[in-house]
Design a protein around this ligand. Structure first.
Ligand SMILES: Nc1nc2c(c(=O)[nH]1)N[C@H]1C(S)=C(S)[C@@H](COP(=O)(O)OP(=O)(O)OC[C@H]3O[C@@H](n4cnc5c(N)ncnc54)[C@H](O)[C@@H]3O)O[C@H]1N2
Ligand code: MOO
Length: 410
C-alpha cells in the first residue's frame, strides 16, 4: 500500500520558502517599472527641490517686509524685478521690496516667502500693496522639503506604485534595478480533463485549473505559461514537467496529488534528479493533498485537482512562495475587512479551514455569509468575495463572531 500523507501545518510549509533562491534582477526604465519589485534601495543624490521654490503665483518677499500688513494698513513694496521660470534670478530683493513670482520659480536672494497675488494690488509699474502678512517660508517649498540628499526614498523589496516611480524620477533615477518576474509553468493532469475549446466526451470535463492558476499567478506578479493537459500517464507527465522545469522558475501541477491509483504526481517528481519531497499533505481544508518538492533550485507544487482546493492552496502557500522568489518584502498584500458571521461554521480541530465568504451589507454593518459547497464547484468561488480562516485550534465559529475576511483581489 502507498504511504499516506505526512500532514504538516501551513506555518511549517511557509517556513520553507527561504530554501528557494530569489529570481535574478534586471534593469528597467522607471517609466516601465510600475508593479515591479525593487531590487536595490533608491537613495537620493540631491536635495529635492534643490532650490527654494514658490508654490503660488505672487510676489517673493522677505516675510518681515509684510509683518503687520492688513486690508486697513497695507504694506507698500517696491517691485525689484520679475523671476523667470527655470532660471536663477539675477537680482536680489531687499527689505521693503518684492519680485514678481510664478508658481515653481526660484526665490531670489533676500526673500524667504511668497505673497499670493490675490493678497496684493498693483499701484503702478514699480509699486504694489500687500494686504496680508506672510510667515517665513509661507508658500515656499524649501531646499530638501520633499527629499533630503542621501535619504532612502524607496526600499528594496517594495512593489513599485505610480508615486514610487515619480519619486525615483525626481531624484534622477531613470533606470531601476528590479527583480525578474518569476516564470511559473502550469500543468493540468487527468484523463478526464479537456481544454476549454473542446467538447467534453462522456465522463470528461473542461479544464478549469489552468485558467484559475494562471490568473492567480498574474495577480501574484508572476509570468505564467501553460504546459497543457496531460493524461494520467507518468511518462507524459514527466515529459511535460521536464520541459516546464527547463523553461520556468517554478512549476504547478494540478490533479493527481492524492494517493489514488492514477495519482502519479508524487512518483514523477520523485523521479527527477536532485528531487527532494518537502511536503506531502498539509493540515488545510480544502487542499490537504498538497505536494511541495525542491527539484534542483526550483519549486514544484502538486496541487489538488478540485479547483477550489487548488485556489485555496495557492492563496495560502503558493502565493507567499512566489512573493519570496520575486523578492517582494511588502507583507502578504492581502486586504481584509472585519465582518459579523451570519451563521455557524463547523470545523475540525487540527487543521486550518478556509471558508468561502460572501459579504453582505446589512444596516450599515458587513455580514459574512459562508458559502459551503464541494471543492470541485467553481460557482462557490465566483459568488464569494473572500475567505475566512478557521484556525487549527478552533472547533468552529458561532454566529455573530467577528471575523476577518481576506478579500479576493478585484
Ligand atoms: N482516499 C482518499 N482519496 C482522496 C483524498 C484522501 O484524503 N484520501 N482526498 C480527496 C481530496 S480532499 C481531494 S482535493 C482530491 C485531490 O486529488 P487529486 O489532487 O489527486 O486530484 P484528482 O483526483 O486528479 O482530481 C480531483 C477532482 O478534480 C477534478 N480536476 C482535476 N483537474 C482539473 C482541472 N484541470 N480542471 C477542472 N477539474 C479538474 C477531477 O476531475 C476530480 O473531480 O482527492 C480526494 N481523494
Ligand atoms: O482537500 Mo480536498 O482539496 O478537501 O477538496
Amino acid at each position: 500500500m502507498r504511504e499516506f500523507f505526512q500532514v504538516i501545518s501551513i506555518r511549517k510549509v511557509l517556513d520553507m520558502a527561504g530554501r528557494f533562491p530569489l529570481a535574478g534582477t534586471e534593469e528597467v526604465e522607471v517609466f516601465q517599472a510600475c508593479g515591479r519589485i525593487l531590487a536595490k534601495d533608491v537613495v537620493s543624490k540631491d536635495n529635492v527641490p534643490a532650490f527654494a521654490r514658490s508654490t503660488m503665483d505672487g510676489y517673493a518677499v522677505s516675510a518681515s517686509s509684510t509683518f503687520g500688513a492688513s486690508e486697513g494698513i497695507p504694506a507698500m513694496l517696491e517691485v525689484a524685478g520679475r523671476v523667470e521660470m527655470g532660471t536663477t534670478p539675477e537680482f536680489s530683493v531687499g527689505p521693503g521690496q518684492a519680485a514678481l513670482m510664478p508658481t515653481g520659480g526660484m526665490l531670489p536672494e533676500g526673500t524667504d516667502a511668497v505673497v499670493m497675488v490675490e493678497h496684493t494690488e498693483i499701484l503702478d509699474d514699480k509699486t504694489i500693496e500687500v494686504y496680508k502678512s506672510v510667515a517665513p517660508l509661507g508658500n515656499v517649498l524649501d531646499v530638501g522639503d520633499d527629499v533630503k540628499k542621501d535619504e532612502v526614498v524607496l526600499k528594496k523589496g517594495v512593489r513599485l506604485r505610480p508615486q514610487d516611480l515619480a519619486v525615483a524620477a525626481s531624484v534622477g533615477e531613470p533606470i531601476l534595478s528590479v527583480y525578474k518576474k518569476p516564470i511559473v509553468g502550469i500543468v493540468s493532469t487527468g484523463d478526464e480533463v479537456v481544454s476549454a475549446d473542446q467538447e467534453p466526451g462522456p465522463g470528461q470535463i473542461r479544464d478549469m485549473n489552468t485558467y484559475a492558476l494562471g490568473g492567480l499567478c498574474h495577480q501574484a506578479g508572476a509570468e505564467y505559461r501553460s504546459y497543457g493537459i496531460v493524461g494520467d500517464d507518468p511518462q507524459a507527465l514527466r515529459q511535460a514537467c521536464e520541459k516546464a522545469l527547463n523553461e520556468c522558475d517554478m512549476l504547478l501541477v494540478s490533479g493527481g496529488s492524492s494517493v489514488g491509483a492514477r495519482d502519479h504526481t508524487i512518483e514523477v517528481i520523485e523521479g527527477f534528479e536532485n528531487s527532494d519531497i518537502l511536503v506531502h499533505g498539509v493540515s488545510i481544508s480544502p487542499g490537504k493533498p498538497t505536494i511541495l518538492a525542491k527539484v534542483g533550485d526550483k519549486q514544484v507544487w502538486g496541487l489538488p485537482g478540485h479547483v477550489t482546493s487548488a485556489m485555496v492552496v495557492f492563496h495560502a502557500m503558493v502565493r507567499p512562495f512566489i512573493h519570496h522568489v520575486a523578492g517582494y518584502e511588502g507583507g502578504d498584500g492581502v486586504v481584509s475587512v472585519p465582518a459579523k458571521l451570519a451563521r455557524n461554521v463547523p470545523s475540525v480541530q487540527g487543521r486550518t479551514d478556509y471558508v468561502r465568504i460572501r459579504l453582505v451589507e446589512k444596516d450599515g454593518e458587513l455580514t459574512a455569509e459562508p458559502i459551503f459547497g464541494k471543492s470541485g464547484v467553481i460557482r462557490t468561488m465566483v459568488e464569494a468575495d473572500g475567505f475566512i480562516q478557521v484556525d487549527l485550534n478552533e472547533e468552529g465559529l458561532d454566529p455573530g463572531t467577528m471575523v476577518r475576511v481576506d478579500l479576493f483581489e478585484k
